[in-house]
Design a protein around this ligand. Structure first.
Ligand SMILES: [Zn+2]
Length: 178
């Protein structure tokens, strides 16, 4: 089996092969669910905003203000974009003020806390570091020491969804909401 795994392209071939084997055996989804049995409880944009503010207050107190944080169903998760961070600069009085918005693909409304945290940490790190350089990833792992592991597992999940067409964690989340 030589299928291309676009979400895992930046990882060593040996890891891609392992993922390909699990996928072929239909075991990838089950493995992820056993590793991350619980979905997070962030059910609304307001809750997501609070979640992000709490992380920011702990690690990036002096970085710019985040005005908006929301789940966005118009973000299609492709290749490397899991969320979006936008900074719009505009003149306020005689100074330039930046408005920061963080948008997270709505498929992560139903996901383990570890995956959501990884994405929020990534987008928050962009408040300080524009590019994905060494300093950027240092900041990410400072906020979440397991950042790289969670990103890899999240990409395994995206690979699973793409191949099996089945989302995990959604049923439990739906019945317990409201
Ligand atoms: Zn980024």
């Amino acid at each position: 089996m030589t299928s291309d795994l676009p979400y895992l392209r930046s990882y060593p071939v040996s890891l891609q092969d392992q993922a390909r084997d699990l996928l072929a055996q239909g075991r990838l989804g089950g493995m992820l669910q056993r590793k991350y049995p619980q979905a997070h409880a962030v059910r609304s944009d307001k809750a997501l905003y609070d979640y992000a503010q709490e992380l920011k207050a702990r690690y990036l107190r002096n970085a710019g203000t985040v005005n908006k944080v929301l789940f966005d169903n118009k973000i299609h998760v492709v290749r490397h974009a899991l969320g979006l961070h936008t900074a719009v600069s505009r003149v306020q009085g005689n100074r330039l003020a930046a408005k920061h918005e963080i948008r997270i693909a709505s498929m992560f409304k139903q996901a383990p806390d570890e995956f959501l945290r990884m994405i929020v940490v990534h987008e928050l790190a962009h408040l300080r570091e524009k590019d994905h350089g060494k300093a950027f990833y240092q900041l990410c792992t400072h906020m979440e020491p397991q950042y790289h592991q969670y990103e890899f597992d999240l990409r395994l999940y995206l690979t699973h969804v793409e191949h099996a067409g089945e989302r995990l964690w959604s049923a439990a989340a739906e019945t317990s909401s409201g």
